[in-house]
Design a protein around this ligand. Structure first.
Ligand code: FES
Length: 147
């Protein structure tokens, strides 16, 4: 769906800009600049304010990135449980380093803070789905779900 259609759907909803940004990011994996400018027009706020919303929440990305966003928790409990080995396995499997996206636009690799699942470390999320007790050996099977 085009970002204009998505924004129009939320035009009359209270707090609609944030909801529109969520829906746009679900569709595009990030918030394109044109979409932020369009949202500012539709919600009658200055462009700088729309950018402020888009950049305030760490969940939103204004940088183009792969469609499936893999986030690896780098907080202490996950770190101690072996997150670095999982990071290495993901980087090796995808052929990219943390903070980057695959050339085919399928995957992006990002760090995140604790996602509140410290009972099952290390934890990764792909889009919004969590994976628990991740080991390097599990990485290939997890990624296969998205290929
Ligand atoms: S420290 Fe990783 S989920 Fe809490």
């Amino acid at each position: 769906m085009a970002y204009q259609e998505i924004i129009a759907k939320f035009a009359d909803v209270p707090g609609g800009m944030i909801e529109a940004f969520h829906a746009i990011q679900d569709e595009y994996a990030y918030l394109p600049e044109e979409a932020i400018i369009e949202a500012a027009k539709v919600f009658s706020v200055p462009t700088a304010e729309a950018y402020g919303v888009a950049t305030f929440y760490s969940y939103f990305s204004v940088k183009a990135r792969g469609k499936n966003v893999i986030r690896i928790c780098e907080s202490a409990p996950c770190h101690i449980a072996g997150a670095a080995e999982v990071v290495a396995a993901l980087e090796r499997e995808l052929g990219i380093s943390m903070g980057n996206s695959t050339a085919d636009g399928r995957f992006a690799l990002e760090f995140t803070e604790c996602v509140g699942q410290c009972q099952a470390t290390p934890v990764i999320t792909i889009n919004c789905k969590p994976y628990f007790d991740v080991t390097p050996a599990k990485v290939t099977d997890i990624l296969a779900e998205y290929k």
